[in-house]
Design a binder for this molecule. Structure first.
Ligand SMILES: [Zn+2]
Length: 292
């Protein structure tokens, strides 16, 4: 099955909802970064969330970045998504191991520790929008629920899950975001809350083979659910040799000359996809000609 996101509305527009299946994307991230199971779970949850939040952006060139900084051994996660469900991301310490929360349950909050989560939206304005909150649990879904309530004044339910095989590959990954729009009345809010409280964990649903459509039907089936859009999702890094060259040029003549004289080469690394870009002395001298 391909990775995809669906966008839906329910209760005549009083509710909007997103759900995603992201196994291949998260498995790509795992193999690029060689992440341990708990790091894969943390990164996978944030990638799923970013993909859905990216879809909420309006402009084609809009970009969303989610950053978590924590005092746990994982140290942090950075993911970014565009409005076309292209996502990329990495964790600061991919090899982290922490004891399971209980048998078979990876302890993402222990790996992350205490810290904060930032939501950065670059929607083409002079300054990007940035909202930051303290982590409430470090489990990511709860933290984002709190973020939506506090920073965007939007009551939301967020569910995220990643299932990992014994050999550490990703078996399933996905999640949902359900939000109450300002015109939702109390009756809808109460009914929805009750329904969400009775909804099993996303990992349980994924384990049962639920698709994004199944998940939204389970939660919003009684609310006149309408699925409006389906979009393919993928892991995609837009780094390239010419972008890296531009970054070198922007260092300026003095800095570049110093690199050429001292190191005679440059090696640059893309955090998002782990690719290495190597430049020898001749190539650096060529780049120097374009620098100011
Ligand atoms: Zn890259």
């Amino acid at each position: 099955m391909e990775d995809y996101i669906i966008r839906a509305t329910a209760a005549d527009g009083a509710i909007r909802a997103f759900a995603v299946t992201s196994k291949n994307t998260v498995e790509t991230a795992r193999s690029l970064h060689n992440t341990s199971p708990v790091a894969t779970a943390a990164l996978g949850r944030l990638l799923s969330a970013a993909a859905m939040m990216g879809i909420m952006l309006k402009g084609e060139k809009d970009l969303l970045t989610l950053q978590i900084r924590g005092d746990g051994p994982l140290q942090g996660i950075v993911v970014s998504a565009d409005s076309e469900a292209n996502v990329k991301g990495y964790v600061f310490n991919p090899y982290v191991e922490v004891p399971d929360k209980y048998e078979g349950k990876l302890d993402v909050s222990k790996a992350i520790g205490n810290g904060n989560i930032s939501v950065i939206k670059d929607i083409g304005l002079k300054e990007p929008y940035c909202g930051q909150i303290e982590l409430v649990s470090g489990e990511i879904a709860e933290d984002l629920t709190y973020y939506f309530a506090k920073s965007e004044q939007t009551p939301s339910a967020v569910g995220l899950g990643v299932l990992i095989d014994r050999d550490t590959t990703v078996m399933a990954s996905g999640g949902f975001i359900i939000q109450l729009m300002p015109d939702a009345d109390d009756e809808i809010a109460e009914k929805l809350e009750e329904k969400i409280n009775r909804t099993p964990y996303v990992t349980t649903l994924l384990d049962m083979g639920y698709t994004p459509e199944d998940i939204l039907k389970l939660i919003l089936g009684d609310f006149n659910l309408e699925i409006n859009e389906k979009k393919e999702m993928r892991f995609y890094c837009n780094c390239s040799r010419s972008r890296v060259e531009k970054a070198l040029i922007s260092l300026g003549k003095d800095e570049l000359t110093k690199i050429i004289e001292e190191d005679k080469k440059a090696q640059l690394h893309c955090h998002f996809c782990n690719k290495e870009y190597n430049f020898n002395e001749d190539e650096l001298r060529e780049i120097l000609k374009s620098a100011l």
